[in-house]
Design a protein around this ligand. Structure first.
Ligand code: NAD
Ligand code: TYD
Length: 351
């Protein structure tokens, strides 16, 4: 069957990207999905083993910063749409190595925008460039309030500054060149295949290994957690039904203070592992705070709900349990990603 649309997904071997690629490959058999990923430490083809033979799926290893190669791919495949997720994504790494974030998140995005614009020229009909971003661009909230699409940008970490910058460039390509773009800014995701440098999988892995659970500062920092498959579902809605030039906030309406979340995780894992109640909580250790640590993120997702009919599908308790169970059921995946470089990263970050 000839593909009706050919879509480039960047960063599809990462955490969110792999869920999105899987969703699109299954849901749209008449689309050709091309997954471009540089396979950095965060990219892992094991995340996509179940679909690698699908007839409507192609993986290409490549770097979004490579102008010539990206142009070759656009010419070869004739993409109608781009969903851009490739990025350096971890705040702590951005503090130790900010330039990598500027290079990938800013320069890589600008490169991609330029190649899309030059390939599609002035005939943008049927084309779409979708930039996937984060709520961290809005900065930090106090006890009250929510981020809306109108909240002024106020990024505070090198990661969020690089994402904010890339968002500005995407909007500049819309206003200046008429490139049909759409953006979304999402809250913290959790679920299977997340690299164990992020809070939830790091804690699950440490509980498995009976290692200290490092909670930064007073542990009262708050995040709004969303099930990763719900994020993929939201991206699907925005890609197909969102309006050009618009931004959609995506969130779980599900705020947790870190310490409460870690305690909850301890209790679930004690149950799943058959440990006595309270065992894992003893591993909780308060450690030095992250510099510039944003106090609270929380999303007002009423626009996407109202305009595109999207809502999170599962409750946190259920998603959390499924996530914990998935990591316990997939020790091979965890073992593979925590071998090698991860050990050096962990030492540098936590020792
Ligand atoms: P991730 O780190 O798991 O995956 C990023 C992927 O990008 C990896 O597969 C990596 O190999 C690839 N990549 C990195 N540099 C590249 C380059 N130069 N060229 C090509 N590929 C490259 O990240 P994630 O958590 O899946 O996040 C995906 C996107 O969603 C990012 O843009 C991130 O800013 C955004 N986002 C993430 C969250 C979250 O909670 N994880 C929330 C909101 C938005
Ligand atoms: P993280 O998963 O890195 O996401 P982000 O910083 O992008 O929100 O961290 C989530 C929260 O958990 C954040 O407030 C920092 C905190 N945290 C810890 O307390 N200990 C840890 O080891 C990590 C990785 C994060």
């Amino acid at each position: 069957m000839a593909a009706t649309r050919t879509i480039l997904i960047t960063g599809g071997a990462g955490f969110i990207g792999s869920h999105l690629v899987r969703l699109f490959v299954h849901k749209y058999p008449h689309y050709h999905i091309v997954n471009l990923d540089a396979l950095t430490y965060a990219g892992n083809l094991a995340n996509l083993q179940d679909i690698e033979q699908a007839p409507n799926y192609t993986f290409v290893k490549g770097d979004i910063r490579d102008q010539e190669y990206m142009q070759v791919l656009f010419n070869r495949y004739g993409f109608d749409g781009v969903i851009h997720l490739a990025a350096e994504s971890h705040v702590d790494r951005s503090i130790t190595n900010p330039l990598a974030f500027v290079e990938t998140n800013v320069l890589g995005t600008v490169n991609l925008l330029n190649v899309a614009r030059q390939t599609w020229k002035d005939d943008f009909s049927g084309k779409r460039f979708y930039h996937v971003s984060t709520d961290e661009v809005y900065g930090s909230l106090g006890e009250e309030g929510l981020f809306t699409e109108e909240t002024p940008y106020d990024p505070r970490s090198p990661y969020s500054a690089s994402k904010a910058s890339s968002d500005h460039f995407v909007r500049a390509w819309y206003h200046t060149y008429g490139l049909p773009v759409v953006l979304s800014n999402c809250s913290n995701n959790y679920g299977p295949y997340q690299f164990p440098e992020k809070l939830i999988p790091l804690m699950i892995n440490n509980i498995r290994e009976n290692k200290p659970l490092p909670v930064y500062g007073d542990g009262k920092y708050t995040r709004d957690w969303l099930w990763v498959k719900d994020h993929a579902g939201a991206i699907d809605q925005v890609f197909h039904k969102g309006k050009d030039g618009e931004t959609y906030n995506i969130g779980g309406n599900n705020e947790w203070k870190n310490i409460d979340l870690v305690q909850k995780l301890c209790d679930i894992l004690d149950e799943l592992l058959g440990h006595a109640a309270g065992t894992s909580r003893q591993l909780i250790t308060f450690v030095k705070d992250r510099p510039g640590h944003d106090r609270r993120y929380a999303i007002d997702a009423s626009k996407i709900r109202r305009e595109l009919g999207w809502e999170p599908s599962i409750k946190f308790e259920e998603g959390f349990r499924q996530t914990a169970q998935w990591y316990l059921d997939n020790p091979g995946w965890l073992q593979q990603v925590i071998s090698g470089d991860y050990q050096d990263y962990y030492k540098q970050q936590y020792d």
